[in-house]
Design a protein around this ligand. Structure first.
Ligand code: BES
Ligand code: MN
Ligand code: ZN
Length: 505
């Protein structure tokens, strides 16, 4: 990731800071003295400052500024989304101009909150990321150093938020990088090694299990998906311990199908390459753990990654085969392309041993979710309203949105089987929901959330690539959970105060 730092610079110091380019966010009441301020004021007065999105008034060697290129955007109280758009626009323009150093001037704004700062950091990191792992010649962003110029007060107040934003951005980058790597460079073994490396760097516990251990655990459903592949399956357990050992953890479960051909129920050839992204759930768990290792919140979190390929082969599982899951429930595999739920169900059963506060799985699970919600919001399911609200607000805070979907039992009707306890598919209707209903059968022992990220984890078309979602949502979700007891303590203290007064009187 590029270098991003926070500096206490008022408007005059920002204008005087040596750099190749400057993006300045200008509020309506902008005031100041000197050439630079006069220029900004006159542009503001004449109504020449675009106020929306990634449009800006572009100036070249403007008088009073130390930077060659200055972009002015008029904003009063920019939403995090506005900040994201302006920063993305400035970074794109700076990269086009070959600028190496860029300053984002935020000190003129009346107020700056953590969400706005996080948006600036997320956007800067996002728009300077380049994929290079399998290219002969690396192509890197010209912009390598970015300074966020804030008032001295804001720097002091937003230090923690900045650290969270940086750690999250690094986590997002990890998720993007692993999502983007082709199937032959991101095998289950590679994911296991990546988890070990993240664990080593962050001093986390990590165990990578292979077939023998998975067999011993009785994960017959997971094994069935992997059995058509030459790549050995891996079951990865990551543990972040920020609280007392007896503190119930949150468990995050990631779908790690490193390539999904559909198996014997083979997918059509067109765009099948995109099924290398079928491990984005796993990648988001890796990214989240890397971020947690840096942020160090007071909470315990377990990460489970079920990684294998879904391939057709003489030994592959066949439509109609019945397998026994770790839970003991038998499953009739009517379609081998509905493999995500088959690997996740065994991980959900495994999660029981942690007696978790909550379990959230993250999966590029269904094409139906792409049809339902597109690329804007992830499909979100939860067995309690409280958990749903937490996931929803974590998504809003991180600008990594999700939308709650229903879990009515009537949606499970189509999963009935004549030959097993449950079938792995229902009809075409409500496909994302019926997949969730299948998983819910394995999540009866804890509060359970499920994120169907098939539409949000990556983009197709010309800008094809992983988005790093929903790392932002997951980090905010965990942080909110970690701070929940703290907030409760504050409330309790306030509530206890009148009592004292009463006792004195
Ligand atoms: N990995 C796919 C889901 C997917 C599709 C993700 C498109 C991203 C984009 C999943 O394993 C799958 O194939 N699901 C099937 C389920 C069906 C057979 C019930 C699907 O959605 O078509
Ligand atoms: Mn599939
Ligand atoms: Zn899949």
């Amino acid at each position: 990731m590029i270098n991003i730092d926070l500096k206490p610079l008022d408007f005059a110091a920002t204008a005087a800071m040596p750099a190749d380019a400057l993006l300045l966010l200008v509020p309506a009441g902008f005031a100041g003295t000197g050439d630079a301020a006069a220029l900004v004021q006159s542009a503001l007065k004449s109504g020449d400052l675009p106020a929306k999105g990634n449009k800006a008034l572009a100036l070249y060697k403007p008088k009073g500024f130390a930077q060659k290129r200055v972009w002015l955007v008029g904003v009063d109280a920019p939403s995090p989304k506005d900040v994201r758009a302006s920063v993305a626009g400035a970074v794109a323009a700076a990269r086009q101009a070959g600028a190496k150093t860029l300053v984002i001037g935020l000190s003129a704004l009346d107020q700056l909150d953590p969400a706005q700062l996080e948006a600036a950091v997320a956007s800067a990191a996002d728009s300077t990321y380049t994929y290079n792992h399998t290219k002969a010649k690396a192509e890197v962003s010209s912009v390598q150093n970015l300074t966020l110029a804030l008032t001295a007060d804001a720097v002091a107040q937003l230090k923690d938020a900045f650290a969270v934003a940086l750690a999250t951005a690094k986590g997002v980058e990890i998720a993007k990088e692993w999502g983007n790597r082709p199937g032959n460079y991101a095998t289950p073994t590679h994911l296991g090694d990546a988890a070990k490396a993240i664990a080593k760097k962050g001093k986390l516990k990590c165990e990578v299990m292979g077939l023998a251990q998975v067999k011993k655990l009785g994960m017959g459903s997971f094994m069935a998906v992997a059995q058509g592949s030459a790549q050995p399956l891996k079951f990865i357990v990551l543990q972040y311990s920020g609280a007392q050992p007896k503190d119930a953890p949150i468990v995050l479960v990631g779908k790690g199908i490193t390539f999904d051909t559909g198996g014997i129920s083979l997918k059509p050839g067109a765009e099948m390459d995109e099924m290398k992204y079928d491990m984005c759930g796993a990648a988001s768990v890796l990214g989240t753990f890397a971020a947690l290792a840096e942020i160090k919140p007071k909470i315990n979190v377990v990460g489970l990654i079920v990684a294998c390929e879904n391939m057709p082969d003489a030994g592959a599982v066949k439509p109609g085969d019945v397998v026994t899951s770790m839970s003991g429930q038998t499953i009739e595999i009517l379609n081998t392309d509905a493999e995500g739920r088959l690997v996740l169900c065994d991980a959900l059963t495994y999660a029981e041993r942690f007696k978790p506060k909550a379990v959230v799985d993250i999966a590029t699970l269904t094409g139906a979710c792409v049809i339902a919600l597109g690329g804007v919001r992830s499909g979100m399911y939860a067995t309690t309203d409280a958990l749903a609200a937490e996931l929803q607000s974590a998504g809003e805070r991180a600008q990594d949105l999700c939308w709650r979907m229903p879990l009515d039992d009537d949606y499970a009707e189509g999963l009935k089987s004549n030959f097993a306890d449950v079938a792995n598919i229902a009809g075409r209707a409500g496909g994302s929901i019926t997949a969730a209903k299948f998983l819910q059968r394995f999540a009866s022992k804890f509060d359970w959330g499920h994120l169907d990220i098939a539409g949000t984890a990556w983009k197709g078309g010309a800008a094809k690539g992983a988005t790093g979602r929903p790392v932002g949502l997951l980090v905010q979700f965990v942080l909110a959970k970690a701070n929940a007891p703290l907030q409760k303590a504050v409330v309790a203290k306030k509530a206890a105060a009148p009592k004292k007064v009463a006792a004195k009187a």
